[in-house]
Design a protein around this ligand. Structure first.
Ligand code: HEC
Length: 175
C-alpha cells in the first residue's frame, strides 16, 4: 500500500515536471567594473561589455552611442533613461537582474507574456540593423544606468569614436 502511494506520487511528480516549462534562467550580471579595454570597448571580468566613466564624467563611446540608440529605438516603450513605463519594464533594472546573454536573446527574438491579462509584447529586433548593429552600445548604456553610474542626462563628454568601431559599424550596416 505504502509503495503504491509512493509510486503514484513519483509518477505524478514526473507528469507535473513534464508539463511545467523550464524557467528561463535569470542570472544577475557580475561586477560592472571595466578590467579590459579593446579598441575603446570596455569589458568586465566575465568578458561582458561594460561602461567606463571617468571622474570628470567623460563616458566611453559605447555608453554615449547607446544613449542615442536607446532613445531612438527603445524608449517609446521602456521609458526615457531606462526608467520603465506602464507598458514595459525599466531596462536599468533589467540590466541588474538578467545576464548579458539573456538581454541579447530577448532583443533578438522578442518576448510575449503568455496568458497575461494585458498583452505586452516585446518585438523581435533580430532583423533590424539599427538595433542589431548597436546591441552592445544599448546594453552598456542601460548597465551604466542600472548602477546609476550615469544620471538621467545626455552624456556631456565622451571618448572619441574608435576607428575600429567605425569600421565594424559600416560593415554591420552593409555600407
Ligand atoms: C513596442 C514596445 C517595445 C519596444 C519598442 C521595445 N520593447 Fe523591450 N519589452 C517590451 C515589453 C512589453 C517587454 C516585457 C515583455 C515580457 O516580459 O513579456 C519588454 C522586455 C524587454 C526586455 C526583458 C526585460 C526583463 O527584465 O526581462 C529587454 C532586455 C528588452 N525589452 C530590451 C529592449 C531594447 C534593447 C529595446 C530597443 C532596441 C526594446 N526592448 C524595445 C516592449 C518593447
Amino acid at each position: 500500500m505504502r509503495v503504491r502511494i509512493q509510486l503514484a506520487a513519483a509518477i505524478a511528480t514526473v507528469v507535473i515536471m513534464t508539463f511545467i516549462p523550464a524557467p528561463v534562467r535569470a542570472e544577475a550580471p557580475g561586477d560592472p567594473a571595466a578590467v579590459k579595454n579593446e579598441d575603446g570597448k570596455y569589458f568586465d571580468k566575465d568578458g561582458a561589455p561594460t561602461f567606463k566613466i571617468g571622474a570628470d564624467g567623460t563616458v566611453d563611446w559605447y555608453t554615449y552611442s547607446g544613449y542615442r540608440r536607446y532613445h531612438s529605438e527603445c524608449h517609446v516603450c521602456h521609458g526615457p533613461d531606462g526608467e520603465g513605463s506602464s507598458y514595459a519594464p525599466g531596462l536599468k533594472e533589467s540590466a541588474k537582474t538578467i545576464s548579458y546573454a539573456e538581454f541579447l536573446e530577448v532583443v533578438v527574438n522578442g518576448r510575449q507574456k503568455v496568458g497575461a491579462a494585458q498583452q505586452q509584447v516585446m518585438p523581435a529586433f533580430g532583423t533590424n540593423p539599427n538595433v542589431m548593429c548597436y546591441l552592445d552600445d544599448i546594453y552598456v548604456y542601460v548597465r551604466a544606468r542600472g548602477v546609476e553610474a550615469l544620471g538621467r542626462v545626455r552624456p556631456a563628454k565622451r571618448e572619441p569614436k574608435p576607428a575600429a568601431y567605425d569600421k565594424a559599424e559600416s560593415s554591420c550596416l552593409g555600407q
